[in-house]
Ligand binder design. Structure first.
Ligand SMILES: NC(=O)c1ccc[n+]([C@@H]2O[C@H](COP(=O)([O-])OP(=O)(O)OC[C@H]3O[C@@H](n4cnc5c(N)ncnc54)[C@H](OP(=O)(O)O)[C@@H]3O)[C@@H](O)[C@H]2O)c1
Length: 238
């Protein structure tokens, strides 16, 4: 079980967990293509990843962009999407544009990726989505995030049946130190992480590499489909 010679598209590969998955997949011998909304960010990330990593601009919430991308990508073995553009806050005051952006990047996006990308996959291939802890343990200000995460988990199970033998899995990360937390001012971030770490059974927050390791396992393990794999330091129990 290896990614040697396999072609893997990682949408969200310009940052955080997606970038770490790209690096891990390259190290496993995979042929990696990363995607983000702009070619400038993609090119910056390609430099960080190095090697033969390729890149393409895709906006997952834009069906024309998704269709165009799959026209140009050719055959793939795996598709991963970590793409998310999230805003936290009370539902009553969240701007409608923020709600639309969360749904577009993290729920409609994966639907469009599966709808237009599945035909590019080898029957032995797989799709991997990323939900999150808020689906199981929501906090104040996470209603839309929780909803898209929970929706993705249902989508993964349904597509595992509909697209079989292509495998479809979901990883649910807990708190992981990435740019996704940049909404907290830098001066407060480490104390926020320390407080969260103290509440977790594993006594630390996640690193992108923790999630990348789990992602590689789900890509190569040919007997796992329709699952939600929690990589959250025990966050659901905290
Ligand atoms: N970090 C955590 O604590 C945590 C916890 C629970 C769940 N998660 C989930 O895990 C996944 C990865 O999180 P992360 O922390 O690695 O996030 P991140 O560092 O903020 O990266 C998000 C990625 O999504 C891409 N993106 C956003 N909107 C997009 C769109 N419309 N089309 C294409 N790409 C888009 C961004 O690329 P560009 O900016 O280049 O477009 C970026 O590469 C997300 O689904 C997140 O919700 C993370």
């Amino acid at each position: 079980m290896t990614l040697q010679g396999q072609k893997i598209l990682i949408i969200g590969g310009t940052s955080g967990i997606g970038l770490a998955i790209a690096q891990a997949a390259m190290a496993e011998g995979g042929q990696v293509v990363i995607a983000g909304r702009t070619i400038d960010q993609v090119n910056l990330a390609k430099v960080k990843i190095g090697g033969t990593c390729e890149g393409i601009a895709i906006d997952v919430g834009d069906e024309a962009s998704v269709v165009e991308a799959f026209k140009n990508l050719g055959k793939l073995d795996h598709i991963v999407t970590t793409a998310a553009s999230l805003t936290y806050g009370p539902l009553a005051t969240l701007p409608r544009s923020a709600i639309d952006s969360m749904i577009a990047s993290k729920f409609l996006g994966p639907i469009l990726v599966a709808r237009h990308g599945a035909a590019s996959l080898d029957p032995g291939g797989s799709i991997l989505f990323f939900s999150g802890l808020a689906a199981s343990k929501p906090g104040t200000g996470t209603a839309v995030v929780a909803a898209v995460n929970a929706g993705l988990e249902g989508l993964g199970r349904a597509l595992a049946v509909e697209l079989a033998p292509i495998r479809v899995n979901v990883i649910s990360p807990g708190v992981t130190d990435t740019n996704g937390w940049n909404f907290i001012p830098e001066k407060d971030r480490s104390s926020t992480f320390a407080t969260i770490a103290a509440s977790l059974p594993v006594k630390r927050v996640g690193k992108p590499e923790d999630l990348a390791q789990a992602a590689i396992m789900l890509l190569v393990n040919g007997f796992t489909t329709g699952t939600v794999h929690h990589v959250d330091g025990g966050g659901r129990l905290a």
